[in-house]
Design a protein around this ligand. Structure first.
Ligand code: AHR
Length: 519
């Protein structure tokens, strides 16, 4: 039987199909001003500096003879750049290095400090010229809070207890007196305190049962001194090791832990024992895989947080993602133990995406540390001799600083897919907050390298009149800043957002990070 379709019915059907298909190409976001009242901790924007490759030595801490502005041997151009993006905390001295570090080797007259071998990172000789006092000076110049990772793997309970006393005891005591002998009278009042690092791996290859018992011993003697109650952080799980989180949450009393760590790196090729993929030479297929890998952070946080919820319904314990970022092969010709990699627009999209994920989990995630600040892994800053450049990732941290300690605004995102060989990932991710002046900030990432995406944003219960924006993008996802061309990727004004009624309509460029301000 032939079915006759009227002309009007045909037009209606076609229009509906067209609408549906254009809706499928559009992202919709709804932001709610009611409900959740928590703050996005600025400590989510924390950094990590290990004695690894050229991060400390020849990064922050340079030769006496280098002709750059310095305080002691701390490079001030690096400090100034980091101050601009307001880094809230700096984790130190590792990483794997932390569990081989003996703090007493890094105090006193520099020429009398014992040397050691940095067995984890290239087997180079560590001269201990950068130690406790130098790190604390760096933090004070940066106006950043120190986050110390104490040695559990090869250090003693006494050694850790005495380091805390050295940092924080105000009155007379053996360690406070030693600190004074070394030129510092007042205690520093350090509060963020990591008890070991990757204790399941380079930090001692322990089981979670064994580590959590040991944790309680170390944590017991890491004392609170006046004005410096420690925020103790449990060495957390690797990636999807949910059992580690479960056992630590079960065994360690809430009053002995401020936070529980989690480490997750994005690898273009998920292969810890071979090539991980280049930081600059990659095709779209590898780009897609990498972005899919970075979006896995969402699942990790949901699952680790759900376990924490079982033991800590009030969310007293912070989930601390104290190592994250992209890990690629090193730059050709550089020491494989130094983890020096370039940083492309892809990395900026990774940073924007992960920071959005952290913001959206900020009821539980109250601290995170990008690995690592200078010249190592997903660095904010690269240096070569006297030259210094900031990376695309740096610009994302600059853009997102508006979220520091701002009020979290619940958000729902519906996004078109980005598809490759029948695998789909979401193109657009976002987060939003309201700062202390009442301004609303929305950070948007479009990871699709080929398509601009129209975004329609409904703001429930929020009055606003004007919108301005800034963005980062570039012609190709593997574009980079180099010492010859340091500004290929930089912040630019964004004028693709407008008000339509009370809705915000945005044309979000392909492969871009955009931050909008509504007033
Ligand atoms: O950030 C580099 C290394 O990665 C750290 O030292 C270690 O904790 C992790 O495996």
């Amino acid at each position: 039987m032939t079915k006759v379709i009227s002309r009007t019915a045909l037009i209606i059907t076609l229009t509906t199909l067209l609408n549906l298909s254009s809706k499928a190409q559009e992202a919709t976001i709804s932001i709610n001003s009611n409900g959740d009242n928590h703050i996005i901790s600025r400590h989510i924007y924390g950094q990590f500096a290990e004695h690894l490759g050229r991060c400390i030595y020849d990064g922050f801490w340079v030769a006496d003879t280098m002709k750059v502005a310095k305080k002691d041997r701390i490079r001030l151009d690096v400090v100034e750049a980091l101050k601009k993006i307001k880094i809230p905390n700096l984790r130190w001295p590792g990483g794997c290095f932390a569990d081989e570090y003996h703090w007493r080797d890094g105090i006193g007259l520099r020429n009398q400090r014992p040397k050691m071998v940095n067995t984890n990172w290239g087997g180079v000789t560590e001269d201990n010229s950068f130690g406790t006092h130098e790190f604390m000076e760096l933090c004070s110049l940066l106006n950043a809070e120190p986050y110390i990772a104490g040695n559990v793997g090869s250090g003693t309970v006494e050694e850790m207890a005495k380091w805390v006393e050295y940092f924080n005891m105000p009155g007379e005591s053996p360690m406070a007196n030693l600190r004074r002998q070394n030129g510092r009278d007042k205690p520093w009042k350090v509060t963020f305190w990591g008890v070991g690092n990757e204790s399941w791996g380079c930090g001692g290859n322990m089981t979670p049962d064994y580590y959590s018992n040991l944790y309680k011993r170390y944590a017991t003697y890491a004392r609170n001194y006046p004005g410096a109650p420690l925020k103790k952080i449990v060495s957390g799980a690797s990636e999807g090791d949910y059992n580690w989180t479960e056992v630590c949450m079960k065994n360690i009393p809430r009053n002995q832990m401020w936070g529980l760590g989690l480490h997750y790196y994005t690898l273009p090729i998920r292969n810890w024992n071979g090539s991980k993929g280049s930081s600059t030479q990659f095709d779209e297929k590898q780009y897609f895989q990498t972005m899919k890998g970075t979006l896995f952070m969402e699942e990790l946080l949901n699952k680790h947080a759900a376990i924490m919820d079982k033991y800590d319904k009030e969310k007293q314990v912070a989930l601390v993602v104290d190592e994250w970022g992209i890990w690629t092969d090193v730059e050709p010709g550089t020491n494989p133990g130094f983890l020096y990699q370039q940083n492309s627009l892809r990395d900026a999209l990774i940073a924007g995406t992960n920071l959005n994920i952290f913001n959206n989990h900020s009821d539980r995630v109250r601290m995170a540390n990008l690995a690592q600040t200078v010249n190592v892994l997903q660095a904010l800053i690269l240096t070569k001799g006297r030259q210094m450049i900031v990376t695309p990732t740096y610009h994302v941290f600059d853009l997102y600083k508006v979220h520091h300690d701002a009020k979290y605004l619940p958000i729902q995102v519906t996004s078109p897919d980005y598809e490759m060989e029948n695998v789909k990932i979401t193109s657009v991710n976002a987060s939003a907050s309201r700062d202390s002046t009442g301004a609303i900030h929305i950070s948007l990432v479009n990871i699709n390298p080929n398509k601009n995406i129209p975004v329609r944003i409904a703001l429930d219960g929020i009055n606003w009149n004007s919108v301005t924006g800034q963005m980062i993008t570039s012609a190709k996802v593997n574009d980079i800043n180099t010492f010859e061309k340091p500004n290929t990727i930089q912040l630019a004004k964004f004028s693709g957002a407008k008000k339509e009624g009370n809705q915000l309509v945005v044309e979000l460029p392909s492969k871009s990070v955009v931050v909008l301000e509504l007033k």
